[in-house]
Structure formats: structure tokens, C-alpha cells
Write a protein that binds this ligand. Structure first.
Ligand SMILES: *Cc1c(COP(=O)(O)O)cnc(C)c1O
Length: 412
């Protein structure tokens, strides 16, 4: 009942299928790879679908907390049942309006990216008669691992530069409306392998211990970031991190002897690892055309559906599989989307059998950074259907709507 062909026939393409059983498996695997005391934040930006959020929240003491960065993600997290005190609000551009809403709706933990950001959190909390727990996000001057997306050690809108942080200690401790709960690191995404992940965590924990001394604050909370990897729109399996649990416990024992008793509480964060392999994109061939020496398969999914976080000029190494067994090997083709821009290409020179209009293709491991990371509104096509299943059972089918509403003037 929940095979790609049936779902495509019933709900059309392009569409995403997310399997909650696989979300739960990823959640359980990640918790199992970490020491028992370590908490996990799910970065909602990877996929804010409410049913995926709810699945990640469940799992008892081994359920995720939520990391959000907008009022929209706040809504999604609250709707999925996360209480405000299980939510961490992050991001470099938190406005007074957003902070007011987050605090009013129960969020108390904020990652702060600069002195100005910390002051704004404090001012907003004070106006509401509250105190905000703040993590100081650190842009570490040095890193340890080889990684594909490095977010640290260079100038950045994210985090306090580690080298100048000690000099700010007195000022940071005195910001009205705030208490410093600890630090937040997010030095890398999609680590190459377990060794680089472990090396980066070791480096982060040692840096955190040095900064605890320099800041003169006993940390209650330490978010050491992530970097847990997952295949993205290509074949492959989530990595198994068999040695991480012991390596992390050892480095925490060395630098934060009270961590097992909760001083500080330790958290990691992840987006893609938790949801990437739960998702499959279903797309149909609309046209096949040859231009000079290149064959184009024009699909109904382009960078408006699967944008890879921007789509603009960046071609992902997408792999697609024909769904019903097609004929003999065909000509390698460029995979184009339906948009009126030459930038709407999902792949070049992709080996595929002979295909015809109407044939169904699937893109594997597409559960992270899908619709909401795409150019969803460009050219005004409907958003893809998002089909949630649990194994063989159909759970829900929904679609993001984009409609114009008027704040001033009126609709034509
Ligand atoms: C994007 C982001 C994540 C999630 O990254 P993944 O590579 O998907 O795990 C976690 N933390 C922060 C601060 C982020 O910005």
C-alpha cells in the first residue's frame, strides 16, 4: 500500500515519502552511539514536518529536544508536543519580536551569538519579568576535523570568537535578564568519518573546559554540537559510530569530572542524521529531449522541490533509480527540473536506462533539507506532497501552501 508506485498514482508527483519507522531507528541509533547522559537536540531546519518532530520527541528519556531558529519552527515544535523547556532557540538574527514570542510561549534556553544578541535576549526577558538561560556560542579559533561544511575558525556571523571571549567575561556575566548556562559549539556538519567526529568533539570539550576557567562561571549546560553524517540524495547507509560513546565519555571525564551527575549537562545536536534516510523523493519524467550531444530528462521535480539548501548553481550528486524496471541501458542524461532557469539541474551525466514520459524515478535519502530548503515559491508551482508512512501504514499526506495575504491594500 505504501510502495512508490501506489503512492505516486494516488497522490501524484513530485512528492516526498517519509517513513516514521526509519526516523525512530535513526533516533535510537544516535542515542545508542552516545553516553547515556548525553541529550540530543534535533535541528528542526533539517525537516520541520510536525510528524517527524513528534517522532523524534518520543522515545521516553531517549527522545530528542528541539533546536529552532524562527517563530515558524517554534510553532512546529510546540505543535509536535515539545514543551518550551525542551527547546533551544538559536540563530544570529533573533529579533525582539521573536524573542518575546519565544519567551512568552515558554522557551527559556537561548544560544547567543554576540554581545548585542545576548543583551537583546536579556532586555526582552526583563520586560517580561523573566530570566533567560543563555549559552554563549563559540566560534573556535581552531578545529580538529576534516569536514565538508566548516563553520568555525573563520570570520562568521555565528558565535563569539574564542580568542576574544575571555576578555568579555565580566561584561557577559552582568547582562541583566540573563544567566550564562554554558556554551554552544557547532563546528562542523556532515563529518567525513568517525575519527574526525571524535577528534572534533575532543577539541571542543577541551576548549570548553579552558573557557569555563576563563569565564569564571560553572557551566550547567554544554552543547558540544554535532557533525553526524548521512548520505544526501545518493545511495548509502547512515554511518555507525561504534567508538564514539567511549571516546566521548573519556574526554568528558577528563575535562568535566561532574558531567555524569549533570554538572554540566551535555548535549549534542543533529539534523540530517536523524531524518535523511527516512525520506524518498518521487518524481516523474515529463519529457525526454536531445540537444546537441546531451540528453535531457525533464522531471517534475527541480530545485523548487529538492533545492539542496539553495539550488542556485550547485549541482548535488543526486542518484535516481527508475522505479519499474525499464528497458536496456540508455544514454546518460542531465536531469532537469521544470523551472525556466538553466540553473534548474539536479544532475549531469547520470547513467539511466531508456526512459519515457510518465516513468517514475526515486531519489533516495532525501528526508533532510527537502521542501523547506528549496526554492519552493520560484515560478509558483505547488509544493510537493509530503506523505508520511509508518512501515506499510499511511499516516498523513499534506502540502505546504503558499498564498499571498495583504497587510495593506486589497487583493485584486
Ligand atoms: C544546521 C545546524 C544543525 C544541523 O546540521 P546537520 O548537518 O543537519 O546535522 C545543527 N546545529 C546547528 C547550530 C545548525 O545550524
Amino acid at each position: 500500500m505504501t510502495g512508490p508506485t501506489e503512492l505516486a498514482e494516488r497522490f501524484g508527483t513530485p512528492s516526498y515519502v517519509y517513513d516514521l519507522d526509519r526516523v525512530a531507528a535513526a533516533r535510537d541509533d544516535l542515542f545508542a552511539a552516545l553516553p547515556d547522559e548525553v541529550e540530543v537536540f534535533y535541528a528542526a531546519k533539517a525537516n520541520p514536518h510536525p510528524e517527524l518532530l513528534r517522532e523524534l520527541r518520543s522515545g521516553g528519556t531517549r527522545g530528542c529536544r528541539a533546536e529552532i531558529s524562527s517563530v515558524g519552527e517554534l510553532d512546529a515544535a510546540l505543535r509536535a508536543g515539545f514543551p518550551g523547556d525542551r527547546i533551544l532557540y538559536t540563530g544570529p538574527g533573533k529579533t525582539t519580536g521573536e524573542l518575546t514570542e519565544a519567551l512568552t510561549r515558554g522557551v527559556r534556553l537561548f544560544s547567543t551569538e554576540s554581545y548585542g544578541d545576548l543583551r537583546r535576549v536579556g532586555e526582552t526577558a526583563l520586560k517580561l519579568g523573566l530570566t533567560a538561560d543563555c549559552l554563549i556560542r563559540v566560534n573556535n579559533a581552531t578545529g580538529a576535523a576534516a569536514t565538508s561544511i566548516r563553520m568555525t575558525g573563520v570570520p562568521s556571523q555565528f558565535g563569539f570568537d574564542s580568542e576574544t571571549l575571555p576578555g568579555l567575561a565580566a561584561a557577559l556575566r552582568e547582562v541583566p535578564g540573563t544567566t550564562i548556562a554554558g556554551l554552544h559549539f557547532f563546528p562542523l556538519s556532515n563529518a567525513k568519518d568517525e575519527a574526525s567526529l571524535v577528534a572534533e568533539f575532543r577539541h571542543t570539550v577541551a576548549t570548553a573546559a579552558a573557557l569555563q576557567d576563563a569565564l569564571g562561571v560553572t557551566f550547567r549546560f554544554l552543547d558540544i554540537g554535532g557533525g553526524f553524517a548521512a548520505p544526501y540524495a545518493v545511495q548509502g547507509e547512515r554511518p555507525v559510530y561504534g567508538g564514539l560513546r567511549d571516546a566521548l565519555a573519556e574526554t568528558l571525564d577528563e575535562h568535566f569530572p561532574g558531567w555524569r551527575d549533570g554538572t554540566p549537562r551535555i548535549a549534542c545536536e543533529s539534523g540530517r542524521y536523524l531524518v535523511a534516510d527516512s525520506g524518498t523523493l518521487l518524481t516523474s519524467v515529463v519529457n525526454v529531449k536531445d540537444s546537441r550531444d546531451t540528453r535531457y530528462l525533464v522531471l517534475d521535480a527541480g530545485i523548487n522541490t529538492f533545492g539542496g539548501m539553495s539550488g542556485l548553481g550547485r549541482i548535488l550528486p543526486v542518484s535516481v533509480e527508475p522505479h519499474e524496471s525499464a528497458g536496456a541501458d540508455g544514454t546518460p542524461a542531465s536531469l532537469a527540473g521544470p523551472l525556466c532557469t538553466p540553473g534548474d539541474l539536479l544532475g549531469r551525466n547520470v547513467p539511466l536506462p531508456e526512459l519515457a514520459p510518465g516513468d517514475l524515478l526515486t531519489v533516495p535519502n532525501a528526508g533532510a533539507y527537502g521542501p523547506t530548503a528549496s526554492l519552493l515559491m520560484f515560478l509558483g508551482r505547488p509544493a510537493p506532497a509530503e506523505i508520511v508512512v509508518r512501515g506499510d501504514a499511511l499516516v498523513s499526506v499534506s502540502r505546504i501552501q503558499h498564498t499571498r495575504t495583504y497587510d495593506h491594500g486589497q487583493a485584486l
